[in-house]
Design a protein around this ligand. Sequence first.
Ligand SMILES: [Zn+2]
Ligand SMILES: [Zn+2]
Length: 459
Amino acid sequence: MTPRLRSGRTYHDDSPWPHLDLGPHDDRRYFEQLIKAIFQAGLRWPVIESRWTAFGEVFHGFDPVAVAAMTEQDVDRAARDPRIIRHHRKIADAVASTRTFGADGWSSVRAMVLDRIGGPLAVRVVRDPDPPPGGIVVQVLATGMCRSDWHAWAGHDEIRLPHVPGHELAGVVSAVGDGVSRWSVGDRVTVPFVQGCGRCRWCRSGNAQVCPEQEQPGFTQWGSFAEYVALYAADANVVGLPEAVTFEAAAALGCRFATSYRALTGRARLTADEWVTVVGAGGAGLSAVMIAKALGARVIAVDRNPAALAAASALGADHVLTADGSRDIPGSVLELTAGGSHVAIDAVGSEQTCADSILSLRRRGRHVQVGLLPPVGGHPRVPMARVIGWELDLLGSHGMAAADYPGMLALIERGELLPQALIERVISLDEAAALLPTFDTAAPAGMTMIDPRRSPQPS
Ligand SMILES: [Zn+2]
Ligand SMILES: [Zn+2]
């Protein structure tokens, strides 16, 4: 950490002491954490300037004469102040992290910011997030980009501007808020993209993925396309990572992989030797292919992109079908499977892919809708006559709660599932900012992962 020595005009310009300007603020917790961080770093700044007068009771700090008379003991006494000590251990470790002070004296981080729906994305310095009560701040070491980010950019979700996207993440805990008991600075963690409140009946029954008070980083709050992200209700939602699971593999789980895992296991209850049709071989679809094969099922992958189908074949898909508009996809599936697949997943989210999935099923089959179907241009038509006549089950899948992660992580630890194999490229925040607006039509095969540390420092 490099606190800045300010030389411009400040309140203490007439003080002979070097001083650290913490800038104006109204957040006591933030101030306390910074002060403690400074002491823990072994810095003994004779003057810590702030325009929050409440702290003056410790420093009497804003009268230049009193400040000039301040002794080392005064500083030590401040360091023992119980309001500061409270954060002792957490902040000591935070100091060792990579936060820097921005030009305005605030600790600040780089983030990809959206100022206008459908507008360009800019990577710039923003204020360092604070851990909310019951929450934590995570230093993001890997964060995946998916079509949901494009939906948010395009205005299909309600977001408040300016906004930071990103909802698939893994990293290290860098700050812990009040009331958090399970997590400490330095813990390796990931989190489902849906974060439940931790208190309601759904959360308490292990179903935080449908919590009515859920938060979603990158949608309802600032997300992970940044060096740091704040997470809510950490004890209920955050998942610790076994050493054997890399940050990239873990970031690949949060949205598409975990959603596909739950779609096939918890929702469709897929069993060995059943047929599965996976419509769409992007991140979620390829995850479904890998998981279905690991469960012993037989898989047909459908996509319009030959590269995506090649990836599906490499993951063990038994058949691949190119959806080039000329082929009758359901007819082909019914032929290959002697009557239709037992389970089908729409991993894209369009009227066409949803219908292809449903019409590929055998009688009494199970369809799982994984790809988002935003009501753009009216709600999609769904072939309900077939659903009724053949007694099909239509299932939704909305991520996976933290409570269900251990079973999936165990399979990853044992090497039976390899989410990292789905990662096609790792890019910087700046590259991602340029790529995101094209992600609807130009999404490359496989998963795209961002490493925020790759980004250059602003000049
Ligand atoms: Zn809840
Ligand atoms: Zn996603």
